[in-house]
Design a protein around this ligand. Structure first.
Ligand code: SAH
Length: 222
């Protein structure tokens, strides 16, 4: 029987989403929780309608203003690495973008503090997540390289734009008790995805894999 598909282009069908999940599992994403959230989250609502037929491909997609929504594999990998030591209460996300990563984190953590520096993206993501009944995220238009100090410490910090070096403020806003920071580090082009864990004043760093992110930029764009 044919899949029921209200948009007529296959993007919402069960089979299309299952194919993506199978692919992520084959690429080494083990967390059933993470795979299940990705299966349930309507990625086609986070990109321009003209691109929605590609929403369940494992590919990065443009979201306007020169920014991109990461490929599902990277979203899954970062989420899985963030959660690997157990459940997290307070998470800071730097680079709200479309809000897709926020939506993926939403059922997995208690509270998300998400910052974005481009005003129209910030406004759209906020609205989109409200429409999707996601209520455990708080948004701020600001330069996330500074973190969000009044809300710190964070059990986890996830950064989805790449700085040349890890901002000191983010390290300082990590919980001293096993705080976890996932961040792409390096110049324009290819970067290393780092997982940094904090125990007191000791920061342990490991490189997870090579990634490509847009740069982390200073200041706000209105
Ligand atoms: N995670 C997003 C995609 C990230 S694209 C999603 O799921 O859609 C990277 C985002 O980081 C862009 O929206 C970009 O504007 C934002 N960004 C870059 N530098 C930033 C900074 N210093 N503070 C906050 N956001 C920043």
């Amino acid at each position: 029987m044919k899949d029921i598909d209200i948009h007529g282009i296959g993007m919402t069908s069960r089979r299309t989403r299952d194919r993506l999940i199978n692919r992520l599992a084959a690429q080494g994403i083990d967390s059933v929780e993470v795979l299940e959230v990705i299966r349930k989250t309507p990625r086609h609502l986070f990109v321009d309608e003209a691109l929605s037929h590609r929403a369940y491909e494992d590919t990065a997609l443009p979201i306007g203003f020169g920014q991109t929504l990461s490929q599902p594999y990277i979203v899954a990998r970062m989420t899985e690495a963030l959660m690997a030591a157990g459940p997290l209460d307070r998470v800071l996300e730097v680079g709200t973008g479309s809000g897709y990563q926020t939506a993926i984190l939403s059922p997995l953590v208690k509270k998300i503090y998400s910052v974005e520096r481009i005003k129209p993206l910030y406004e759209r993501a906020k609205k989109r997540l409200k429409t999707l009944s996601i209520h455990n995220a708080q948004f701020k238009l600001s330069d996330g390289g500074m973190g969000w100090s009044v809300m710190s410490p964070f059990d986890g910090i996830i950064v989805t734009a790449a700085p040349d070096q890890v901002p000191e403020e983010l390290l300082q806003q990590l919980s001293e008790d096993n705080g976890r920071l996932i961040i792409p580090v390096g110049g324009r082009g290819v970067q290393d995805l780092w997982l940094i864990t904090r125990h007191g004043d000791v920061f342990k760093r490991e490189v997870l894999e090579a990634v490509r992110f847009v740069p982390l930029l200073d200041g706000i764009q209105r």
